[in-house]
Design a protein around this ligand. Structure first.
Ligand code: ARG
Length: 388
């Protein structure tokens, strides 16, 4: 029986060289590639298809855009999902991509599952944890080989694999509708400033329009449903917001990231829609949730982000957290206005039928009694209690 392996494929350098490696070094007879569409650029999907037609034995492109938005990004928005304060872009796609690859492996009756992750990053864990829910072999050629990116480029050239990465621009890029992450090469040095050329979605803030733009986003139960007064499906709304925000230079990050294994690595991201939507959503929550809810939810959100980053979305805790979050989101309905200007997005207005803001009149004199007890212990401690 010929041995079949299904490889999660992006068309990039890492996963492309995995195809000949799986045949040469692991003796698989058939390599089936699967590219999962989570909103990366159309050219990336096309490039993956073109390369696969030359390199692999069979290729699938699966459109998971709708599922990605509904089942992963909407819960993320409700949870104000971030990790150490930055965008959860790459992390949130991995469980979905891995599950799609497993589906194909089952359909194809494959012997093994493969990914192109190295042994340094988080993605190996995020893929493995899903792959290991099957009884198939799990293969990670680049983790096994432990080679440099320069070696990979060399290997690709020798195997006639076209690579966009060059030795002078060796960026490794991961893209989906929520974010674009860029790493590798000189960027590994935290003291090397991000060159302008790594950005594709965002205008440099100093070159952004001199006139600010105010946009209105509508939310229903924690989910964005309209932009500038127009109802839109989630994917189109995020896509459009990436364009508008990107034009104003919103959503660039340059951060030191603590990877799951403990490695501290520099990562660059761009994510205009994510920045705008998360700010807007957080702001609307502040209008409709109580102080106690906000405080408690911040802890829940933090744990949610941690699990998402680690790729542990199937831990039952994730569903537990989502149950709490969904309950709070029942009231997170309303409109938020954000002002976009030269790299910043700032909420300037918000309204909701569930607002808890106080607009009535009160008897201010009644507050005096409360105020008399206020800070009492400190006054006793300082021996300052004279008159009660
Ligand atoms: N460090 C990020 C994460 O673990 C992103 C990794 C993305 N990969 C890339 N080639 N840029 O989520």
């Amino acid at each position: 029986m010929p041995k079949k392996v299904v490889l999660s494929y992006s068309g990039g350098l890492d996963t492309s060289i995995c195809i000949p490696l799986l045949k040469e070094r692991y003796e698989y007879d058939q390599v089936i590639t699967v590219a999962v569409d989570v909103g990366q650029s159309r050219s990336e999907i096309k490039e993956a298809e073109e390369k696969a037609s030359k390199l692999s034995d069979k290729h699938y492109t699966l459109d998971a855009r709708e599922e990605f938005v509904q089942d992963y990004l909407f819960p993320l928005i409700k949870a104000n999902g971030d990790y150490e304060g930055y965008v959860l872009g790459t992390a949130i796609t991995r469980p979905l991509i891995a599950k799609k690859v497993v589906d194909i492996a089952n359909e194809e009756g494959a012997d093994a599952l493969a990914h192109g992750c190295t042994g340094k990053g988080n993605d190996q864990l995020r893929f493995d944890v899903v792959f290991r829910t099957t009884n198939l072999d799990v293969v990670a050629p680049l983790r096994d080989l432990d080679k440099t990116r320069e070696w990979e480029i060399e290997y690709a050239i020798n195997h006639d694999i076209p690579v966009p990465a060059t030795k002078s621009k060796p960026w490794s890029i991961d893209e989906n509708i929520w974010s674009r992450s860029i790493e590798g090469g000189m960027l590994d040095d935290p003291f090397y400033a991000q060159p302008e050329e790594i950005f594709r979605w965002t205008t440099a803030p100093e070159k952004a329009p001199d006139v600010a733009e105010v946009i209105e986003i509508g939310f229903e139960k924690g989910i964005p449903i309209s932009l500038k007064g127009k109802k839109m499906d989630g994917f189109s709304l995020i896509e459009k917001l990436n364009k508008i925000g990107g034009k104003h230079g919103v959503g660039r990050s340059d951060i030191m990231e603590d990877r799951v294994l403990g490695l501290k690595m520099r990562e660059s991201y761009e994510h205009p829609a994510a920045t705008i939507l998360l700010e807007a959503h957080r702001d609307l929550e502040k209008l409709v949730l109580t102080r106690a809810e906000l405080k408690f939810k911040a802890m829940v959100d933090d744990m949610w982000g941690e699990l998402a980053y680690q790729g542990l979305v199937d831990d039952p805790l994730m569903a537990d957290l989502n149950a709490f979050i969904d309950k709070t989101q029942e009231r997170v309905t309303g409109f938020v206005k954000a002002r976009l200007f030269k790299g910043n997005s700032r909420v300037v207005a918000r309204r909701s039928p569930n607002a808890l803001s106080f607009e009535g009149s009160l008897n201010q004199k009644s507050a005096e009694g409360y105020s008399k007890f206020y800070g009492l212990q400190a006054r006793i401690f300082q021996n300052l209690i004279k008159r009660f």
